[in-house]
Design a protein around this ligand. Structure first.
Ligand code: HEM
Length: 411
């Protein structure tokens, strides 16, 4: 679908060829708090597209609540209770779980993974670069987050392909490449109590159930074992939903950030030369994540009337925080569509910065992006796209699914 600046953000097809940045730019300029009509299934919603307005909504978290669902879809109370994770709660409830899980993802904890991540990344690059032509998403971008997810959770490597396939089906529930149960093309009401209204949720629940019942071993040092041991730990349903959240959140998002970087390198040889200077390793991951912004939005629900610009958001209205748009707001970023590897400060909001729900896996994701690129760049001289990349069909998650490239190895 051609982005004429007026695409409907409700329609998954508006995103099937990449993010409609012209539409977001027009909304930021002309209608920053825009109303989006719904359809037969969904009520309409507000779109916040400016960096400053997203910051307000993130700060006023009692007014812009996460406790009635965080995606566009409407959920009744029963569905909400069945599917919610701590991401779908407000303070003070949210803080209790967040405090329990935070230490596992804190910067110093994650820094200890550096050697492991480098070993994995170096192995992945060696294997993939053994052939001169390959799909860089399948061969590189997908591999590292998948291997790391296994280490973080503490599940065996042989389960990872299956887990990632199910995670893709959850997050990619509107993309026929990832699921046969495409949410806007068929009736998925049978799965309304499952994460992402997806049958893959049933299978992931069963896997989590096996872990809880000790029918499947989990490594002692992984986060799942810790959560099961912790006396303040999660109740059964909460554990299953937390497990699904990590399988979904810890996987595709980092993959698509690395994929964005690879797509940029494959079309701009100068970026490879810049990275080879070694000057940009501290800043480049944020710039790639800013441009990728793979979880394009999360939703809030207004708990009282709230005036923003010339609009009044009413109590009970759904409000979408379009991080993908805020991260390219020309009021904050000079040349927002350019990849400036040394951009600093880089106040992007791709991780939901400024809110209490700011991404738990942020430090891990950035380390993975950086090391994947370090290991790739030192091994290559050239890296070119053989054809146009393909994109996810989703108004929630965006990323390059396939990127066929030709690479020559460094002498
Ligand atoms: C580049 C990669 C990633 C991006 C762009 C990303 C994006 C986000 C965003 C925007 C939020 C905020 C949600 C909100 O405001 O409601 C979030 C929250 C979260 N992320 Fe990430 N994420 C990434 C990687 C990861 C990884 C690797 C993990 C775990 C292994 C993870 C786990 C979570 C969790 C558990 C939350 C909920 C936190 C809370 O509600 O307090 N994410 N992420």
């Amino acid at each position: 679908m051609h982005d004429d600046g007026h695409l409907n953000l409700l329609d998954h097809d508006s995103f099937a060829h990449g993010v409609p940045h012209a539409t977001f730019a027009r909304l930021r300029r002309e209608d920053p708090v825009s109303w989006n009509d719904g359809n037969d299934e969904f009520k309409g919603f507000w779109n916040l597209t400016r960096h400053a307005d997203i910051a307000v909504a993130n700060k006023e978290n009692q007014i812009f609540s996460s406790a009635q669902g965080i995606r566009m879809e409407d959920q009744n109370h029963e569905e909400y209770m069945a599917r919610r994770t701590f991401q779908e709660t407000d303070q003070p409830e949210h803080s209790t779980t967040r405090r329990t899980v935070n230490p596992n993802f804190a910067k110093p904890t994650v820094a200890k993974f550096e050697t492991l991540i480098r070993e994995l990344a170096s192995d992945i690059c060696d294997k993939t670069l053994a052939k001169p032509e390959f799909d860089a998403v399948g061969g590189i971008a997908k591999q590292l987050p998948m291997m790391m997810l296994g280490r973080i959770l503490g599940v065996p490597d042989e389960d990872l392909d299956w887990l990632v396939e199910k995670g893709d089906a959850l997050i990619g529930n509107s993309d026929p490449d990832f699921t046969q149960h495409v949410v806007d093309k068929m009736d998925t009401s049978a799965y309304r109590m499952m994460p992402f209204r997806s049958p893959a949720g049933v299978e992931l629940y069963d896997y989590a159930e096996d872990l809880l019942q000790n029918r499947r071993a989990v490594a002692e040092e992984g986060i799942l074992a810790k959560m099961m041991r912790d006396e303040n730990g999660l109740k059964e349903l909460d554990f299953k939903n937390f497990f699904c959240l990590l399988v979904a959140a810890g996987n595709d998002t980092t993959r698509y950030s690395i994929a964005m970087a690879l797509n940029l390198l494959a079309h701009n040889p100068d970026l490879i030369a810049q990275l080879k200077t070694g000057k940009y390793w501290d800043t480049c991951a944020d710039e790639f994540v800013r441009l990728a912004s793979p979880t394009m939005h999360f939703r809030r629900t207004a708990t009282q009337d709230f005036k923003m610009h010339d609009k009044t958001i009413r109590e009970g209205d759904k409000v979408l925080l379009w991080f993908v748009s805020g991260s390219r707001d020309e009021e904050v970023f000079e040349n927002p569509n350019d990849c400036l590897l040394g951009r600093s400060p880089n106040r992007h909001v791709a991780f939901g910065q400024g809110g209490i729900h700011v991404c738990l896996g942020m430090h891990l994701a950035k380390l993975e992006v950086r090391i994947a690129l370090e290991e790739l760049v030192k091994r290559i001289d050239t890296f070119e796209a053989l054809e146009a990349p393909t994109w996810t069909r989703s108004n929630f998650i965006c990323g390059v699914k396939k990127l066929n490239v030709r690479a020559t190895k460094a002498a």
